[in-house]
Design a protein around this ligand. Structure first.
Ligand SMILES: Cc1cc2nc3c(=O)[nH]c(=O)nc-3n(C[C@H](O)[C@H](O)[C@H](O)COP(=O)(O)O)c2cc1C
Length: 152
């Protein structure tokens, strides 16, 4: 079983969550291809049993680089593929704290008839640049464990 993890990250926080998920999956014997969204080349759905996509929340939605990627993502080929989505966010001072990049990723992938197997993971950062709030790496590890349980 091999997974595909794609993330965007301006300041490294979303990258850290993506790496933590990849590492935890790896420790359980599940290999992954981990890509920064800016380096993704041609993807073959047949190479992957599941997909994990993560983005910082920008203005209550997916960051621009991840949004561009998802526009190009050929949904029909990935139909039925299990997926999970995550974001990092700094909800301090926002009028609507419910807005989330991860929820928007999940919505877009479900529109492509992909199969969401877990609720989204939302990781909190301090300020715009981070670091991640204490405990978020541990929460990401637990999320990976839940993912493994769903996949087996
Ligand atoms: C242009 C911009 C818009 C942002 N809008 C939001 C927002 O609407 N809600 C929120 O919780 N955080 C917002 N943030 C904070 C980001 O979520 C935070 O910078 C991000 O989680 C850091 O992740 P990274 O280190 O992977 O880039 C925004 C940040 C930027 C740069």
């Amino acid at each position: 079983m091999k997974g595909l993890i794609i993330y965007h990250s301006s300041y490294g926080n979303t990258k850290k969550i993506a790496e933590t998920i990849a590492e935890s999956l790896g420790e359980s014997g599940i290999t992954t291809d981990l890509f920064n969204v800016k380096n993704v080349k041609k993807l073959n759905p047949e190479d992957y049993s599941f997909v994990v996509i993560g983005s910082p929340t920008w203005c209550g939605t997916i960051s621009f680089p991840m949004m561009f990627f998802l526009w190009r993502f050929e949904g029909k080929k990935w139909k039925g593929k299990p997926f999970a989505a995550f974001d990092t966010e700094n909800p301090e001072g926002l009028a609507n704290k419910e807005w989330s990049g991860a929820e928007k990723i999940a919505k877009k992938l479900k529109e492509k008839e992909m199969n969401q197997i877990l609720p989204v993971l939302k990781s909190v950062v301090i300020g715009i640049k981070g670091p991640l709030q204490e405990g978020e790496i541990e929460r990401a590890r637990k999320y990976a464990e839940e993912l493994i349980a769903k996949l087996r």
